[in-house]
Design a protein around this ligand. Structure first.
Ligand code: GLN
Length: 506
């Protein structure tokens, strides 16, 4: 497919339609997810269902896992019948319907809602990820990697605002409104994609639509090349399982670490540093997003944005609300950092760092995929090394302790840098390596890694806790230092082999 003629920040302007659509979808996904366990475990007096934490955890694990299993079906359906664009619209509307259904808060509508989100995400997620790559022709391969990195920034802007806002509104105002907010933004996201579709020209049509429009069929490479590239896809996928396994494991253990072991008092210079860092990481993503919006508004996509004025005002509204809330929560009143603050550090760091990584790959240094993947795994391991070192001071058997929160912050930073080397890069490689007629399916395969990784993390979670108890938290973190670093080094050693299997794809 030819690249779209208009560009913003050096990328086809259609990328930004995808950026915002995915941003709203992730807003609803992460926002609702942030509420789920809180809602289920809240007492009935507080409007919850009074579940015990184990059961709530199980439902959460299944829900967040299944969302990454259904893309394999959604991707296939798009390849064979729907086409990428229609799959995105239908998936988006199904997700929105799911959130509306949860908003009603009765038992049957709640489960119906969860199922709709799981199925809708299966249609939406692999196919919106696939269409990004279609914007970049063979003449712009460097652009593709950096384009996916920007897209991934959209993912995390959504996650950041979603966790913050749905969480806040759900907990402080009402659970229903929290779920409802997820619905509103998903509907807006799906609508803006629907109405903005013209910008894609002949990209993302179904087989029959493409035939009717006389779009030339994409050329399939020779069978042996396809086979080798599939091997490369499966190798990338295999190592990605290690990544999400450790990454997901980090989610749980870091929350415990943050809650019980870090010194979160904000006195003296720690307090000042914290306030400065906090203000910076709040303001920088906002500035970046404002910049993008201004560019869009005065750029060639003006037409498209003008027709979405409502959306623009919502974005502005959300920003002010967010800044106001953050200032109130973290700077003026509280004297200690809430544990949930660490949970959103990942998406914050990601939004801040993504443009830099995007430029790095686009302009300065673009090592091959296996090297980037290897680096990603190594950085993930180094993040755990920080935790292991930080936790080394905790006396054996202690239930709480005071460890500087710098270790946790560093770990999140390294984990996020690792994620940026691997996750968006992986999307980009799938789009280059996949045989054109199985594009959606291959993205389904890619998300299957997350399903397997999360599932393994869930299965081994309880053993891990035992290790932490019998030995120490530090030993536990050490295991997760060694596993990803080992996997990362093997991946780098496979560089030459992978290079051959990819047949000219850089
Ligand atoms: N944060 C990413 C997203 O939500 C994670 C995707 C994945 O493959 N695990 O898109």
């Amino acid at each position: 497919a030819a690249a779209a003629p208009h560009t913003i920040l050096g990328h086809p302007d259609a990328l930004f339609v995808l950026f915002f659509t995915e941003m709203w979808e992730r807003f609803s996904y992460y926002g609702m997810r942030a509420l789920l366990v809180l809602f289920l475990t809240a007492t009935t007096l507080n409007g919850g269902w009074g579940w015990d934490i184990k059961d709530a955890g199980k439902l959460y694990a299944w829900y967040t896992g299944l969302v990454y299993l259904t893309p394999i079906f959604g991707g296939y359906l798009a390849d064979k019948v729907l086409g990428l664009r229609r799959a995105i619209v239908i998936g988006g509307l199904m997700i929105a319907a799911g959130h509306v259904s949860m908003f009603m808060e009765t038992k049957p509508t709640f489960y119906l809602g969860l199922s709709l989100v799981v199925l809708g995400t299966g249609l939406f997620k692999p196919n919106i990820s696939a269409i990004v790559g279609q914007l970049y022709g063979k003449d712009n391969e460097g652009g593709r990697d950096s384009g996916y990195t920007l897209f991934y920034m959209g993912v995390n802007s959504g996650a950041f605002f979603g966790i913050l806002l749905c969480g806040y509104i759900g907990e402080k105002i009402s659970w229903s409104y929290g779920f409802g907010l997820a619905a509103v933004f998903m509907i807006l996201g799906a609508l803006q994609f629907y109405f903005g579709q013209g910008i894609f020209g002949k990209i993302g049509l179904s087989l029959s639509q493409a035939k009717a429009e006389h779009v030339p069929v994409a050329e399939e490479p020779p069978a042996n090349v396809v086979k080798d590239r599939l091997k490369a896809i499966f190798t990338f996928s295999f190592f990605t399982i290690f990544f999400w396994f450790a990454f997901e494991q980090a989610g749980g253990s870091m929350t415990i670490f943050a809650r019980d072991f870090t010194d979160r008092s904000l006195t003296g210079s720690t307090g000042t540093t914290f306030k400065i860092v906090n203000t910076l990481i709040t303001v920088i993503p906002l500035l970046i997003l404002t910049w993008l919006l201004i560019k869009l508004f005065f750029g060639t996509a003006k037409r498209y944005l003008l027709s979405n004025l409502l959306l623009v005002s919502c974005i502005a509204g959300i920003w002010y609300l967010t800044v106001w809330m953050l200032m109130r929560e973290f700077v003026n009143q509280d004297s200690s950092v809430p544990a949930s603050w660490f949970g959103i550090l990942n998406s914050l760091f990601l939004v801040v760092l993504a443009p830099m990584f995007s430029r790095l790959w686009g302009k300065y240094w673009n090592p091959s995929g296996p090297i980037k993947f290897g680096l990603g795994l190594v950085m993930l391991g180094l993040g755990f090394a920080c935790l292991s070192y930080g936790a080394a001071g905790i006396p054996n058997g202690a239930k709480t302790a005071q460890v500087s929160m710098i270790w946790l912050t560093l770990a999140y930073l390294l984990h996020t840098m690792g994620e940026l080397c691997l996750s968006p890069v992986g999307l980009s490689y799938i789009s280059k390596l996949a045989p054109p007629r199985l594009l959606g399916l291959m993205f389904g395969v890619w998300f299957l890694n997350t399903f397997i990784g999360n599932f393994l993390a869930g299965m081994t979670g309880s053993y891990i806790e035992q290790i932490a108890h019998t030995y120490s938290m530090s030993t536990f973190f050490l295991i997760f230092t060694v596993i990803p670093i080992g996997a990362g080094l093997v991946m780098m050693l496979l560089n030459k082999w992978m290079h051959r299997k990819m047949h000219g794809i850089q």
